[in-house]
Design a binder for this molecule. Structure first.
Ligand code: WT7
Length: 652
């Protein structure tokens, strides 16, 4: 059993010599107090230090959670900038030959590096090419790519023009891609012929063709050539990257934007079937990404920083591209998987590139721990100083393996809690300062006031467990849902008004450590991939054989959560042998390759109250293998369905 009160002191080599704001817990507490006393002064100071503004802002926060229904929150509202000047131009002046991006391709050792000078040139050329294709300030471009440097270049090129990018994770299906294109009205789609991952081909261009069959807003499709595979081609609409970009001028003045102009839209799943396009804006987002990246990882000048997430998720935006580049760091982009060609790949990468800061997800840590220590220990990991984790709660056993085996007790672990909505890290250790506890995200970032609410929405002071909310605005928060501010307000600011409601549960122990307990809403977190139960359900009921479907999560040793689907068939339809395979395919088509149902159970009916509401609590308990804890079922319209559900329960 893990001792949850065991505290891990910061190893001395991690604690020593920090050039950053929080070399110690005392410094952290002091600054926390300063921010509380005068948040505007603090964040204005931070942003002026960190960001290359054209016109420096004089205003900090404008707005509050109380009137967010009417007024969007604004930070640094009178400032102007182009974020690429912060991420590239000034580093070209300061250190043109420093490596900006290390690309590790799918095959071990296949890759390339780009210096800040080279990145600048590529971004400028790509921006000119996009302008030539018609992309203008404020217009949207969808980026549907794998993990190639061109994905980051495309993001920055859009930002150079003041255009708004929306990266769609390369695992999403044609339908999912189409829905996102339609929702934001994209003018341009940027993709590649084929994506590579774990030795496999991902037909990105082909999926794009299907997705854009009826999307009138899309004028051009820019295609990066990753392989030599032939792909379907529309001579009117499609343009090769190498044709458009290579011939473009490398001189591209950056377009001046307002602090609150949108930088990107990123779609994420919630409690309905329709993903929300969260909008992040230029000034506040970049300030938060830059500040948190520097301080949490205790960034040093010569760090080789590797976050092995995908640019299709917020982690890739904030901690592969925007945070590290704003900080003039060397950031690694990883095209492959932790298991390709074998379970030693991460540590092979660490050894070859002398990685100092490594950031991954609990699901990968668990999968690798299960493969044994030899895959780790055969590589030299002595360069490592900081190990990060993000995406889902990390169980203490996985944390300890990361600490002891990967880090050999010489690294601090930063378990960083945050969300697509928060833009950047919110609750986290500071690498050089915070004594950690296995499985705890520890303490809030300065300026963040996490609050726990009990079932009656009363604030819990001191130790306790409840719904996690945030009390005050912070610069990195998403400002709205694209085209639907009411949905933004309804989702985040209505249940526990006037607080921001995260959707997570959290426990605070006697020493103030925070332990995230997982989602308390209908959002699933499968291998760090966020999906709504409603997304699965709407896919499943679209199948002809299905009358009703209810989907819940259950604990899964590697994935964190597995997906359990209860299916009511249409009258007259019998459960055939092929039904599960068919329904799996339905989810793949509607959502994507990552939307996998682990267990199906065909049931005679769903447990509903007399008013027709599905009692998900019952379905969850059965899926969790705890049917003895069902509680009161007497309010059900037909309690007998529960017996059938319990009797037919499935297990992995
Ligand atoms: C949800 C947000 C943050 C970038 C990747 C996921 C869960 C995230 C942690 C953590 C426990 C975590 C939460 C959160 N989560 N980090 N360190 N400990 N849970 O972003 O897709 O927006 O998902 O991921 O449940 O609400 P996302």
């Amino acid at each position: 059993m893990t001792d949850e009160t065991r505290t891990y002191a910061v190893p001395s080599r991690v604690a020593e010599g920090s050039p950053n704001l929080f070399p110690s817990m005392d410094a952290y507490r002091e600054v926390s107090q300063d921010v509380k006393n005068d948040p505007d002064a603090f964040w204005l100071g931070v942003t002026k230090d960190r960001i290359a503004w054209r016109k420096e802002p004089t205003i900090g926060l404008d707005g509050s959670f109380h009137d967010i229904a009417k007024n969007q929150i604004s930070w640094f509202g009178d400032g102007t900038l182009n974020i690429t000047e912060s991420c590239i131009d000034r580093h070209v002046d300061a250190h043109p030959d420093k490596v900006a991006i290390i690309w590790e391709g799918d095959e071990p050792g296949d890759g390339r590096t780009l210096t800040y000078r080279e990145l600048h040139e590529e971004v400028c050329k790509t921006a000119n090419a996009l302008r030539e294709l018609g992309l203008k300030k404020g217009e949207r471009a969808i980026i549907y790519m794998g993990m190639v440097p061109e994905a980051a270049i495309a993001m920055l090129a859009c930002a150079r023009l003041g255009a708004v990018h929306s990266v769609v994770f390369g695992g999403f299906s044609a339908e999912a891609l189409r829905d996102r294109i339609l929702d934001c009205g994209a003018e341009i789609v940027i993709t590649q012929d084929i994506g590579r991952r774990g030795g496999r081909d991902i037909p990105l261009k082909e999926v794009t063709v299907q997705a854009t069959a009826a999307t009138p807003s899309v004028k051009k499709v820019l295609v990066y050539k990753r392989t030599n595979t032939e792909v379907p081609w529309d001579h009117e609409r499609d343009v090769w990257w190498h044709d458009a970009v290579n011939s473009a001028s490398a001189d591209c003045p950056a377009v001046e934007c307002a602090a609150e102009d949108p930088l990107f839209i990123l779609y994420t799943s919630g409690s309905t079937g329709k993903p929300k396009g969260l909008v992040h804006t230029c000034g506040g987002y970049l300030t938060w990404a830059s500040f948190t990246h520097q301080e949490v990882f205790d960034l040093r000048d010569d760090d080789v920083y590797a976050c092995v997430a995908d640019v299709g998720w917020i982690t890739g935006h904030s901690y592969i591209v925007y945070g590290p580049l704003a900080n003039g760091a060397t950031t690694l982009m990883f095209e492959s998987t932790p298991l390709y060609p074998d379970a030693g790949r991460y540590w092979d990468v660490v050894q070859r590139h002398k990685v100092t800061v490594f950031y991954t997800a609990p699901t990968a840590i668990r999968a690798l721990a299960a493969k044994g220590d030899d895959f780790v220990t055969k590589y030299d990991r002595s360069s490592l100083r900081v190990l990060g984790t993000v995406g889902e709660p990390i169980n203490p056993a996985a944390w300890e393996w990361y600490y002891d085996v990967v880090g050999e007790g010489r690294c601090n672990i930063v378990d960083t809690w945050w969300q697509t909505e928060t833009g950047g890290i919110m609750i986290t250790p500071i690498a050089c300062a915070t004594p950690t506890r296995a499985g705890s995200a520890t303490f809030p970032m300065v300026g963040i006031e996490p609050i726990l609410l009990d079932d009656e929405a009363r604030r819990i002071r001191g130790p306790g467990e409840g719904k996690l909310c945030v009390e005050f605005p912070w610069p990195g928060m998403a400002r709205t849902v694209w085209g639907d501010h009411d949905r933004y307000v309804g989702t985040y600011f209505t249940t526990y008004k006037p607080y921001y409601f995260t959707g997570d549960g959290c426990r605070r122990d006697a020493q103030g450590y925070h332990w995230i307990t997982g989602r308390v809403d209908d959002v699933l977190n499968v291998s760090g991939h966020r999906m709504g139960t409603a997304e699965f359900e709407s896919a499943l009921v679209s199948a002809e054989a299905v009358a009703e479907a209810a989907v819940v999560g259950f604990p899964h040793d590697i994935k964190g959560q597995g997906v359990y689907a209860y299916i009511v068939l249409q009258p007259g339809v019998d459960a055939s042998d092929s039904i599960e395979a068919e329904l799996k395919q339905v989810c793949r088509t509607a959502i994507g390759a990552h939307a996998v149902v682990d267990l199906f159970q065909i049931v005679p009916g769903l447990p509903k109250t007399r008013s027709g509401k599905v009692m998900r609590r019952i379905l969850r308990k059965v899926a969790e293998g705890e049917p003895e804890k069902l509680g009161d079922v007497s309010t059900l319209a037909d309690p007998s369905v529960v017996d059938a559900i319990v009797a037919g329960a499935k297990k992995l």
